[in-house]
Structures are given as C-alpha cells and as structure tokens.
Design a protein around this ligand. Structure first.
Ligand code: GLY
Length: 269
C-alpha cells in the first residue's frame, strides 16, 4: 500500500485471488480484454507472499471470498497511516462487502480508527505518499467528499496532502506512479503535464518512464530494496542506477484487471 512510510513496513496483510478472479473489474488499460488465469494468479500471488516473508515481514494471509472477485486488492479497503486507519467507502459498490474482513483483521492493531461518511467515496489505490506528503487522486473511484474527509484525517496527524487529477483512462493514481523511496517519484512520460504534484519537495527526483512501461511505474519500496513488476527494463535500469536493490515479480494476471503491486497489500508497523 502507498500510505505507509518505507521504514514502517513490518506487518503485511494480503489475500489470494478467489476462483471467481476472472470476473474482477477491469478498464483493460493494460490488455485487450483477456481474462486473468486463476491458477497462474495464485502462483504469482504465492511468489509475492514469499518475497515479503524473505524480507522478514510478518505476513497475514486472509481467506479469499468467492463473492468478491477483486478481494485480493486489499489496498483499496483501508488507509493506514502510522497505525491510524481511515476506512474508506470504496468507490466500486460491488467491492464494498470486501471490507468487513479487513476491518476485523486491522482494527486490533490500530491507535485510532476513522470512518468515511456518505456521500464520500475513496479507494486506497488513489493515495501515494512521497516522504511525508500525501497525494490523493481524484478519479472515477474517489470523489471530492471522500478526498476531503481523508485530508481531514491527515491534518489531524499533521500531514500535508494535495489532490491530483487522475486521467480518465486510468483506474487509480497508483496505476500511474509510485514513490519507491523518500526521494524518488516514477511517472510515465505522457503524464508529466497531466499529473500535478503540488509542493513536491525539491529533494524529490521525478523519473520519467516511457509510456509503454506505464504499468512498471507502480513499485513497492522497503528500506533500500524496491519490488518491481517483471519485464520493465527502463524502470529496473533507472532504479539500479540510483543504487537500489531490485526484486522483480511476475504480475501478468493482476495486470489484466488493473491490479498493480501495491494493490495486493496493506502494511502496518
Ligand atoms: N480490478 C481492480 C478494481 O477495479 O478495483
């Protein structure tokens, strides 16, 4: 998830895709409408889990829920900031029932609990933390009310936040960018003018990536390591050049339904 600081990732919540995964929502931004393969998705998810186990995180695996084809994308269901949680009203009505089991798993570990109220809606996938500044995507899934409620939560925690308009062709802000460490922001070339990051600190370097590697711009940073999707050579090269250690994971089946690396996890310390 994109709201945790890189050094705060001690526990990770994941959920394997259900057998109904082929019915997950998709904009087909990254495919020609091919359905994901369940068996391969399970294999890729196991590799994802193994990676975090090897990195020494405590991995909590929730049970899949057949009635929710998108239930593996846990990122959308909770916004955890320094062990304070804001439970959003998820932007896709068909995904709201996924939240019940997430609430149960997370609540005992949180210092404070906050709830989004109607008519707000916001998905975790629309939040990108760059150092201690939060950028919140206004998208088909996240509206003004949801965003301003989340900004109120952040203000109470003394964090700055800004709204970024997400182009219509993309599901979430995290579909287009990520901050693999405190001082880097990866974005696709064609988004240079569209994605406006207000008050981005001068210490943050924006790395622009060719548009055919847009999916690769979603990464997960943990200390000096960065998990990236397999097959994005420019992303890999740029991060290696900056001294980061890369871990590549196959993500083809999640990509088919707009799911990126960050979508598959929730972190807390
Ligand atoms: N398939 C991910 C989502 O639409 O939320």
């Amino acid at each position: 998830m994109s709201t945790s600081s890189h050094s705060d990732k001690k526990n990770i919540i994941v959920r394997p895709p259900p057998k109904s995964f082929a019915n997950a929502l998709t904009t087909s931004q990254f495919t020609n409408g091919e359905k994901p393969n369940y068996e391969l998705a399970i294999k890729q998810h196991k590799e994802y889990v193994k990676t975090f186990e090897k990195l020494g995180l405590n991995v909590i695996i929730l049970e899949s829920e057949e009635e929710y084809p998108d239930c593996c994308f846990v990122e959308d269901q909770a916004l955890i900031v320094d062990n304070n949680v804001f439970f959003p009203i998820p932007g896709a009505p068909s995904r709201r029932g996924e939240q019940k089991s997430i609430i149960k798993a997370i609540t005992p570990h949180m210092r404070s609990i906050h709830w989004c109220q109607e008519p707000g809606k916001i998905d975790g996938g629309d939040v990108v933390r760059v150092g201690d500044i939060f950028y919140i995507g206004k998208s088909k899934r996240s509206n003004d009310s949801g965003i301003s409620q989340f900004q109120g939560f952040l203000r109470k925690l003394n964090f700055e936040s800004y709204v970024v308009n997400v182009p219509d062709y993309s599901l979430h802000l995290t579909t287009l960018c990520s901050s693999p460490n405190f001082n880097l922001l990866l974005i696709p070339e064609s988004c240079q003018n569209d994605l406006v990051f207000t008050n981005l600190p001068k210490s943050v370097e924006i790395i622009t990536i060719p548009d055919d590697e847009t999916y690769g711009c979603n990464t997960i940073g943990i200390e000096d390591k960065v998990i990236i999707s397999e097959g994005y050579s420019t992303v890999k090269k740029e991060l290696i050049e900056r001294g980061l250690e890369i871990i590549e994971l196959p993500m083809s089946e999640f990509r088919a339904v707009d799911g990126s690396l960050t979508c598959l996890s929730l972190f807390y310390k």
